[in-house]
Design a protein around this ligand. Structure first.
Ligand code: NAD
Length: 543
């Protein structure tokens, strides 16, 4: 019997461990890295809680040591995708009926397992499978997913507590029902936390989910799936289905019980999904929820009075951490001529100190990019610049895939704000700078706003409050997350809810109430205590 209101208190953000020399965490992480590298594992699909092997397999490798195989994973075909949808739908009734505080408890337990017993395993898996440094793994696969799970449980309890006004004679209530059908979670390679959260947040709200992880993040994502199971997630609530994106899309989007897609990835793929959902609209029982956080071309815009040390640091950290493979990575910058001469040399000097290599050498700041496709794409852009008269590479520009997919941190100076690398998403360690005349400040703000279709993150630098106000207004719709005098990356759950507009997504702000609300289908109940007994109103009387 439940006869009390249960709340989930607002959590603190999970503390980020330092992995400094001599720390316990450093020793434990190194031990775990060693252990994972010794074993080559097999990764099955998980459908209805059961392991399924298809025999159609591929390998999870280490991007910075490409011949090292971490795992062989099974790939779902049509039959398994249909099974996964069926098992999600079979689990729906019971999961929807489960008291919400028990749903919350399962995910709060998963957070605790990640914070404690699995912290080093999930970080080591992310370091090896996605080539993240220890720090980049810690802020993603430990802290961010833990924060997503804890904060979402808190936001869910807040949502359930939000109730409409009532009168003495009518009690109005809202119940936040899950969607009628299944949710497809299609997740990117670049954040283990995003993989887990896109599947877990609709599930926490009472939905059943088919989760298609990115081929390049299966190694860490599979461990997350096992942790959800260990935390008590009932069979079928989340089904783990590595598969081809287009195949799962075509089956899921033409299913009558398709109720929503929770996507993070490129704009191009999201547009394909949206089109396909539109074409199938007559098949569905309900209008599906379409939630997608997509690409970016994130900017740093400096005014002539910007603090150069902060600006330089923001450009380097913003552009090159995790090899520039964050959707929020600084990839274009607008720098006034008056500060460029000193900033240019400082950038060149500082970038030359960046160490690149294996993530197990903790002195490395950058490692390899995710795979051959990405390596080739980044190199195509670099070659384009090498053959162009409209831009110059001032540092980096070399790459080497003999051992792993290494691309040097590269800075390009473009003569035009419309140059190819100023406007297209590259998703690698490549920053393009446009140097503007100080007197063209206003005009350049317009260029920044208008020259790309994206609007994800941006950073503005000035010491003058009135200039900041001007920049903030001019760039009002250019970013969903704007940073003042800081790098445009590193959003923290509960502090900077994340997402952008325009071609960068539906801006449903992962890790906030706004996102969780998308996974509900509210029902309003009005109960009248003393009902009217006559259809006529007083105004209808003649006297
Ligand atoms: P991607 O679009 O290549 O892949 C994302 C997912 O979609 C993968 O699981 C992939 O297998 C799947 N997919 C590919 N083609 C598909 C299809 N036709 N139908 C259905 N699914 C399909 O993206 P990625 O390389 O994994 O990630 C990088 C991209 O993600 C960048 O564009 C980046 O900006 C974006 N991103 C955005 C955010 C954000 O919050 N806005 C966060 C992280 C990454």
């Amino acid at each position: 019997m439940y006869n009390a209101y249960f709340g989930v208190k607002k959590p603190e953000n999970e503390p980020v461990l330092s992995y400094a020399v001599g720390s316990i965490e450093r020793a434990k992480l190194k031990e775990k890295l060693n252990e994972l590298k010794q074993a080559e594992i097999e990764i099955p699909l998980i459908i209805g809680g059961k392991e399924v092997r298809t025999g159609n397999t591929a390998k999870c490798i280490i991007p910075h040591d490409k011949n090292h195989v971490l795992a062989t994973y099974h790939i779902a075909g049509k039959k398994e995708i249909e099974q996964a949808i069926k098992s999600a739908l079979d689990a729906r009734k019971e999961w929807e009926a489960m008291p919400w505080q028990h749903r919350a408890s399962i995910f709060l337990k998963a957070a605790e397992l990640l914070a404690g017993p699995y912290r080093y395993a999930i970080n080591a898996a992310t370091m090896l499978g996605q080539s993240k440094t220890a720090y980049q793994a810690e802020i993603d696969s430990a802290c961010e997913i833990i924060d997503f799970l804890r904060f979402n449980a808190h936001f869910m309890s807040q949502i359930y507590n939000e109730q409409p006004a009532s009168t003495n004679n009518a009690w109005n209530r809202i119940e936040y029902r899950p969607l009628e059908g299944f949710v497809l979670a299609v997740t990117p390679f670049n954040f283990t936390a995003i993989g887990g959260n896109l599947a877990a947040s609709p599930a926490m709200m009472g939905n059943v989910v088919v989760w298609k992880p990115s081929a390049a993040a299966i190694y860490s994502n599979y461990l997350l799936m096992k942790i959800f199971k260990e935390a008590g997630l009932p069979d079928g609530v989340i089904n783990f289905i590595p598969s081809s994106g287009s195949e799962i899309g075509s089956i899921a989007f033409s299913h009558k019980d398709f109720a929503g897609v929770h996507f993070t990835g490129s704009t191009e793929v999201f547009n394909t999904m949206w089109r396909s959902i539109g074409q199938n609209i007559n098949k569905y029982g309900s209008y599906p929820k379409i939630v997608g956080e997509t690409g970016g071309k994130d900017f740093v815009f400096a005014h002539m009075d910007a603090d150069i040390d902060s600006l330089r640091t923001a450009l380097i950290q913003g552009a090159f951490e995790f090899q520039g493979q964050k959707c929020s990575a600084a990839s274009r910058a607008y720098i006034p001529e008056s500060i460029w001469s000193s900033l240019k040399q400082q950038l060149i000097d500082e970038v030359s100190t960046i160490k690149m290599g294996d993530v197990e050498d903790f002195s490395n700041f950058v490692s390899a990019v995710i795979d051959k496709k990405s390596f080739d794409k980044i190199n195509e852009y670099i070659d384009y610049v090498k053959n162009s008269d409209d831009a110059t590479i001032i540092c980096g520009g070399k790459s080497d895939d003999s051992k792993g997919y290494f691309v040097q941190p590269t800075i390009i100076v473009a003569n035009s704000a419309h140059f190819k690398t100023m406007t297209e998403e590259i998703f690698g360690p490549v920053l393009t700078i446009y140097v503007y005349k100080d007197e063209d400040f206003d005009k350049t703000l317009n260029l920044c706003d208008e020259s790309t279709p994206y609007a994800l993150t941006g950073a503005i630098f000035s010491k003058d409050r009135s200039v900041l106000v001007k920049m903030e207004n001019a760039l009002k719709h250019s970013a969903g997350n704007l940073y003042i005098n800081d790098k445009p990356t590193g959003a923290v759950v509960g502090q900077q809810p994340f997402g952008g507009g325009r071609a960068s997504g539906t801006n449903d702000k992962a890790g906030s109430k706004l996102n969780l609300l998308r996974w509900t289908n509210p029902r309003v109940i009005k109960e009248t205590f003393v009902s009217p007994k006559d259809y006529k109103y007083p105004f209808m009387e003649s006297k």
